[in-house]
Structure formats: structure tokens, C-alpha cells
Design a protein around this ligand. Structure first.
Ligand code: G3H
Ligand code: ZN
Length: 284
């Protein structure tokens, strides 16, 4: 069933677990997330970032929404890293039920202005909004931020950012980064605890690929309620496809299925680590 992201996050916050939000690019990705969520009885989210939306267009979004509606567990469909007014307006028009207004590349005052404007617009359509404060290093699609340009979230600024913009969730920068390169386990848990005490909205950790299980669990204990995962799913998809290409001629249906199963297994393991397995019951 299609669910509101705010409901998933509220349930997770109250229940001491986190919502896994997984980037997909096509039907195989969407099916993998739904199958993993159903097999583990877990609420979850399918998310698309701008390069995926540009490539798949409205049919891909419609496909993700249909997959979520058909699931027997609650699922949100989220537009990830929306960084311009145009793409967020388009995302709202196509039917995403949750968006990220990512103004993290902007100076603070402009980030507030952009995020507030997008939040007002999204809320008028009953769509939830995630903002970001600080600047995440690493690579996510066409967004490449060198480590030297990354910056951490300031807890005091976080409190006024949430208050001024009205966002429903806040993505934090505490040493996390996008992609698989570099050390993924250098998280500043003291900073996370200070942000948690400064703001009331659910916190989001981007760049969850490659972060160790103990670190993920510590993040949940310190208030992270949503994890974004992309690179690990992509890796599983690509390696399943390349292995399948050895059989000649390749059977396309089998190839697609093996990619779905490979991604599904990665998602299932993440849902277990996020402590969301078995938590769909109270929400359906
Ligand atoms: O928004 C998407 C995520 O932050 C993905 O990060 O590729 O490091 O898992 P990741
Ligand atoms: Zn991200």
C-alpha cells in the first residue's frame, strides 16, 4: 500500500527503528525493494533521484507508484535530492508522495529561502519534505562534491533551519558521504546527539552504503529515522547483470530476474539492520 512518508517516519521514531529508502532506476529495482519489504514485513520507501527521473520519465514514476500501491506493506515513493524549483514542481505534478528539497549547495540564507518555498508548495499538495543542512561529500548521480567542499551540520543552525522552513525531516551531515569510496565509518556521534537534542523532526542519514552495522545501529539509537541507500544496490545490480552475460545467448528475462534477486537480498539485509523487519504489522 502507498503510505505517507510522514506516517512511516512517525511510526519509526516511536518504535525505535528506521525507514530504509532505496534508490531505484527501473522496474527491477522497484520490484526488488517491494519484494524485500514484503518478505521481511517491513515498511520501506522507493526513491528516485533526478538522473533516474530524467532517464525513465513519468512512466518510471508511475511504475514505482504502482509497485508501492500493490505492496502488502506500507511503502512511500520519494523524490531524492530535488535541487531546483523546476524539478520539484515536476516531481509534485507527476505524483511523488514525498520530496527532498536539497538546497545544501547554497549559502545558509538561500538554503532556507529555497527549502521554505518548496515546503510551502509541497505541503499545499499534502506531500512531505526533507531538507538538508551542511554539505555531503561524495558522488550521487550527477552531484559530485569533493571532500574539501563538504561541511558538517551545525546543531544551532539546524534548530532555526527546521523552524524557518517547516520541513518534515532533516538530512544531517555528520561525516557521512555519498558513494562507496573513502572511509564510511567516520561518523561524529557526539554531533548527531547534539543535533538530535536541537530539533524535533526525524533525522535522515544519506550515504548509508558501506556504513557498518554497529554504526547504523548507533545512529538509530541517536535518532536517525531514515537511511538512504543507493551505491550498494547499484553494485549488486551491475554484478548480477555482468555475471549473467556470460551465458550465450543471454536470456533477458532470466538476467533481469537475477538482478532483481541480487538487489532484493541487499535490501532485505539493510531492512534487518535498520530494525524495520516485522514492523509493518501495525501499519497495514
Ligand atoms: O540519496 C541517496 C543516498 O544518500 C545514497 O548514498 O550511494 O552512499 O548509499 P549511497
Ligand atoms: Zn543522498
Amino acid at each position: 500500500m502507498l503510505a505517507a512518508m510522514t506516517d512511516l517516519l512517525a511510526e519509526a521514531k516511536a518504535g525505535g527503528f528506521a525507514v530504509g529508502s532505496f534508490n531505484v532506476y527501473n522496474l527491477e529495482g522497484a520490484l526488488a525493494v517491494v519484494e524485500a519489504a514484503e518478505r521481511t514485513r517491513s515498511p520501506a520507501a522507493i526513491q528516485l533521484h533526478s538522473p533516474a527521473v530524467k532517464s525513465g520519465g513519468p512512466p518510471l514514476v508511475a511504475l514505482c507508484l504502482a509497485a508501492a500501491r500493490g505492496a502488502n506493506v506500507p511503502m512511500a515513493v520519494h523524490f531524492d535530492h530535488g535541487s531546483s524549483v523546476g524539478e520539484i514542481e515536476e516531481a509534485l505534478a507527476i505524483g511523488f508522495t514525498s520530496i527532498m528539497a536539497d538546497g545544501s549547495r547554497l549559502p545558509y540564507a538561500e538554503n532556507v529561502e529555497f527549502t521554505k518555498k518548496m515546503t510551502t508548495l509541497a505541503h499545499s499538495k499534502k506531500v512531505a519534505v526533507e531538507g538538508e543542512l551542511g554539505r555531503l561529500a561524495g558522488t550521487e548521480g550527477d552531484m559530485v562534491v569533493p571532500e574539501s567542499e563538504g561541511s558538517m551540520t551545525d546543531p544551532d543552525q539546524a534548530a532555526s533551519f527546521v523552524e524557518q522552513t517547516g520541513v518534515d525531516a532533516l538530512a544531517v551531515c555528520i561525516g557521512n558521504s555519498h558513494g562507496r569510496s573513502g572511509t564510511k565509518d567516520r561518523l561524529d556521534f557526539g554531533l548527531l546527539a547534539r543535533i538530535r537534542s536541537a530539533v524535533v523532526v526525524p533525522l535522515v542519514l544519506h550515504g548509508a552504503s558501506g556504513v557498518s552495522e554497529p554504526s547504523i545501529r548507533r545512529c538509530i539509537d541517536l535518532g536517525v529515522t531514515k537511511f538512504n541507500v543507493n551505491a550498494e544496490l547499484r553494485g549488486a545490480y551491475v554484478s548480477a547483470l555482468s555475471q549473467g552475460l556470460h551465458s550465450q545467448p543471454p536470456d533477458l528475462a532470466e538476467l533481469m530476474r537475477s538482478a532483481t534477486v541480487a538487489v532484493r537480498d541487499v535490501v532485505s539485509n539493510k531492512l534487518r539492520i535498520f530494525r524495520s523487519s516485522g514492523r509493518a504489522g501495525g501499519m497495514v
